[in-house]
Design a protein around this ligand. Structure first.
Ligand code: G3P
Ligand code: MG
Length: 248
């Protein structure tokens, strides 16, 4: 277990900074940095031809001017999509970044990365080795990287491939078997929905030696108790709301 490593942030921008710029775009990553966040969470998705892009949804409609299932989209088609116009005219023409473009951007800004592996079930055995290989080549600093997923099978596969990366099991509400699942992946952290977390659960996670990260809180008041319970970092669409936590 690698839980003794210091996590050098209390605030991670969610999907970059999804309230400040179109989510999961390079502009969103830059907006998070500009707002003072030193880490970002983004989602990585496997599309056709083995392409890896930064995208959240199983379909293209909500965040682009395209349509259809994300997993079936060709990289050349995705590269042409407008992933910013839906957000505001200011961001019209914004692209869906590839994983490599995002890694380059994040490192050039000196940020840490919480990379969430998305999946549609059948793709776990394809996306995990591809993501791990890309990271092996393009991301060296283990202390500035957390790989997270809701999918326990994906994390087991990450753990097998290992590379000493920090792994985070994502949950909405924490299930009863969380200790087994975290042990099975040599977890670094448990990441869960702040609104479903109880004080007792938070304290148990911390007592077991794991980092505790909570998503997606967009005002400071909503997680006042969580800091007292031992939450290590908040994942937020608007890092500006947590400016007080970024001081010092
Ligand atoms: O990693 C925290 C959060 O991103 C998980 O939920 O659906 O926003 O990817 P989602
Ligand atoms: Mg996510």
């Amino acid at each position: 277990m690698t839980t003794n490593t210091v996590l050098d942030t209390k605030v991670m921008g969610h999907r970059g900074a999804a309230l400040l710029a179109p989510e999961n775009t390079l502009s969103s990553i830059r907006a998070a940095a500009k707002a003072g966040a030193t880490w970002v969470e983004i989602d990585v998705y496997l599309i056709a031809e083995g392409g890896l892009v930064i995208f959240h949804d199983d379909t293209l409609e909500r965040c682009t001017d395209g349509a259809g299932e994300t997993r079936l989209a060709l990289p050349a088609e995705v590269a042409k999509l407008d992933a910013g116009g839906y957000f505001s005219a200011e961001f019209a023409g914004e692209k869906v970044p590839t994983l490599l473009e995002a890694l380059e951007c994040i490192q050039s800004l000196g940020l840490g990365l919480n990379l969430e592996i998305k999946h549609d079930g059948a793709d776990v055995e394809n996306i995990v080795p591809a993501v791990m290989a890309a990271l092996r080549e393009h991301w060296q600093d283990n202390d500035k990287l957390i790989i997270s997923s809701f999918n326990h099978s994906a994390l087991l596969l990450c753990y097998e491939i290992a590379d000493g990366r920090h792994l985070a099991q994502l949950y909405e509400a924490i299930p009863e078997n969380w200790q087994t699942e975290l042990a099975n992946i040599g977890a670094y952290s448990l990441n869960c929905d702040y609104s479903l977390l109880t004080k007792e659960q938070a304290q148990a996670v911390k007592a077991a030696g794991y980092k505790l990260l909570c998503y997606t809180a967009n005002d400071a008041d909503s997680v006042t108790d969580h800091w007292d319970w031992g939450m290590d970092a908040v994942i937020t669409d608007d890092p500006n709301k947590f400016a007080a936590m970024m001081v010092g």
